[in-house]
Design a protein around this ligand. Structure first.
Ligand SMILES: [Zn+2]
Length: 157
């Protein structure tokens, strides 16, 4: 999938306006080589209800959000995707208050929980594409020498 991530807000709005589109994107991230049944390892599955896949062989059913930060959320994926966007596209990150405002979330607590839960796991899930390409990856300052601290001697002449 590599570079397949929304670069602009307009692109995000166009691509991820529906739950299905979000679920499909997640599925492609989770199973880049196609869906594999975690129980019987077969690859034939039906996309049944919203966000859910059903193994054609052993009837194992799993959600595309199982094991992710979205699993127990009552918020739709469309909101989550917008949160991701807001978090990853801001040069200096975004505050919970800012997130609450732009997404029209009911409470600051929700926005805060969202912010916290997005950062870590999203790296793991989408880190290879979206996050890696975003400005969230900050410059490390590699190559820049730090000034010696007081009392610290410079070993070089
Ligand atoms: Zn199966």
């Amino acid at each position: 999938m590599g570079e397949d991530f929304p670069r602009t807000l307009l692109e995000l709005e166009r691509r991820f306006s529906a739950e299905d589109a979000c679920a499909e994107y997640l599925a492609a991230l989770r199973w880049p080589d196609g869906w594999v049944c975690p129980r019987c390892a077969r690859v034939d599955a039906w996309s049944v209800r919203r966000n859910r896949w059903l193994c054609d062989h052993c009837r194992y059913e799993m959600s595309v959000t199982a094991g992710t930060i979205f699993q127990d959320s009552h918020l739709p994926l469309t909101i989550w995707f917008r949160a991701m966007w807001q978090i990853t596209s801001q040069k200096n990150g975004i505050s919970a208050l800012g997130l609450q405002r732009v997404l029209g979330l009911g409470s600051y607590k929700t926005a805060w929980a969202m912010l916290i839960s997005c950062v870590g796991p999203w790296f793991a899930l989408a880190g290879t594409s979206w996050m890696a390409s975003s400005r969230w990856t900050r410059p490390t300052g590699a190559g820049r020498k730090r000034a010696p601290l007081a009392g610290e001697r410079n070993s070089r002449p």
